[in-house]
Design a protein around this ligand. Sequence first.
Ligand code: FE
Length: 192
Amino acid sequence: MSQTTAAIRAQALESLLTERGLLDADLIDDVIVRYNERVGPMNGAKLVAHAWSDVAFKKRLLTDATAVVNEFEFSGGQVDKLVVVENTPDTHNVVVCTLCSCYPWAVLGLPPKWYKDPAYRSRVVREPRSVLAEFGTFISTEKKIRVWDSSAEIRYMVLPEMPAAWQGRDVDSLAASVSRDSMIGVTVLDAN
Ligand code: FE
């Protein structure tokens, strides 16, 4: 089904349900606004920026991300058991769900289309270096790549490395520079 066909069908279904009084159109608008404005990668970016700026916070985030995330009261769910893995000069981390599309909504929003693609899901496990290269991410062969397989029980998020040039920036400006894909681990952040 093309995206346009899907959109038309969704709209037709929405009109029908609204007309029959089974669905409240305002409620749908609320959900859309919530996912666009309050649930999204800006929440994960906030955690990353805090972790870069505060060593004690970072330690807590890497030890018990679930507890930390609960303090922030992000909405969106899917973080009942969240594990944050840190990129270091020795190790690059990348996240997948080989089985379906498990993803930490409250910190990253809704999963991108390619995350749900069977090709990404099967290939990133077998040949992570090649898949990352297709994202324009070239990881040195000296560096180990760890692939984390999400499940209904555990969701993962990557704590990317901060470009050295960002040293000294405040938390808000750092958060604004952290991309979604860097928190899935398919890209790295660069200073430009
Ligand atoms: Fe899944």
